[in-house]
Ligand binder design. Structure first.
Ligand SMILES: NCC(=O)CCC(=O)O
Ligand SMILES: [Mg+2]
Length: 334
């Protein structure tokens, strides 16, 4: 029928299905649940909680706080946490020896959490030297170069001490070539055949990591130096697929893209190309940006956080590392 006063009636009206909340739910293509979230937690060797100025709402947790945080994660339905240490300055050295100390802060924390929650919560540990090195780089520096193969040998030992402590998922974030294969071999040789590897396969040399470096105290160590000789340049997409292919061939169980929001196209490409568990890290700068706008009243914290997380799911991510994890899980449960 044609109404000459009003023009043609659209036969297809996408708005029909948007009219009611039940209908929007019924046609929803992507959903977000607490099971999609991984909570990165900062730990320090003392007691009490320390604020992190550039990450409002995020704290470094002392030894008396960490078990409660782990239980909170579990009770909120968050499947796994990632533990990051703020290593005291006096333990940082050029050779990052503390990284392979079986009694370092991360290993102690993992043992403490596992003793309390067992296998009801997964624990992820980063493998990289930056929280332990006096120069702030992820690897060993020789003549100004971050040397690959020598670093890989240390990373493999770091992975084994973390697995010995009870870590469930080893997450190499260093971007050295060949480290996934070396870590896999080292884990197998040490009997850790069921310890997973979640590889930071496509990690970009990004300006969004600033607040994290404040949180683990590596900012001053790094000074103005960049990580561009090992992390990917922001314009690279094919190279990300190459990196993912290499890490899968070397034995990674899952892969990660990092940062998140500026790299959603990479998440989609990785998921569509490989069809493997694909994670994305909504990094500290992304959290800081959304939090700051929320504090200023320019954006609604809850709404932008949940929208950004759902966006990662729509892009193809199977899970998201995010500092919003406990808050988001709580919002999702309301
Ligand atoms: N390896 C973990 C990180 O580097 C996190 C970066 C961030 O949240 O900015
Ligand atoms: Mg690589």
């Amino acid at each position: 029928m044609y109404d000459f006063a009003r023009g043609p009636f659209p036969r297809t009206r996408p708005r029909r299905q948007r009219r009611h909340e039940w209908s929007r739910r019924l046609v929803a293509e992507s959903t977000l649940t607490p099971s999609d979230l991984i909570w990165p937690i900062f730990v320090h060797p003392g007691t009490g909680a320390q604020a992190i100025e550039s990450l409002p709402g995020v704290e470094r947790l002392g030894t008396d706080k960490i078990v409660d945080a782990a239980k909170r994660a579990r009770d909120l339905g968050i499947p796994a946490i990632a533990v990051f240490p703020a290593t005291p300055a006096e333990l940082k050295t050029a050779d990052a020896a503390e990284a392979t100390n079986p009694d370092n802060l991360v290993c102690q924390t993992v043992r403490q959490i596992k003793a309390a929650v067992g296998d009801t919560l997964g624990i992820i540990c980063d493998v990289a030297l930056d929280p332990y090195s006096s120069h702030g780089h992820d690897g060993i520096v020789r003549d100004g170069d971050v040397v690959n193969d020598e670093t890989v040998g240390i990373l493999a030992r770091q992975a084994v001490v973390q697995a010995d402590a009870g870590c469930d998922i080893i997450a190499p974030s260093d971007m050295m070539d060949g480290r996934v294969g070396a870590i896999r071999d080292a884990l197998e040789s040490a009997g850790h055949i069921n310890v997973q590897i979640m590889s930071y396969a496509a990690k970009y040399a990004s300006a969004f990591y600033g607040p994290f470096r404040e949180a683990v105290g590596s900012k001053g160590n790094l000074g103005g130096a960049s990580k561009k000789t090992y992390q990917q340049s922001p314009g690279q997409a094919d190279e990300a697929l190459h990196e993912v292919a290499l890490d899968l061939a070397e034995g990674a169980d899952s892969v990660m893209v990092k940062p998140g929001m500026p790299y959603l196209d990479i998440v989609t490409k990785v998921k569509q190309t490989f069809g493997v568990p694909t994670f994305v890290y909504q990094v500290s700068g992304e959290y800081a940006m959304l939090s700051a706008a929320g504090q200023l009243g320019w954006l609604n914290r809850r709404d932008v956080a949940l929208e950004s997380l759902l966006g990662f799911k729509r892009a193809g991510a199977d899970g998201i590392l995010t500092y919003f994890a406990p808050e988001a899980a709580q919002w999702l449960g309301e």
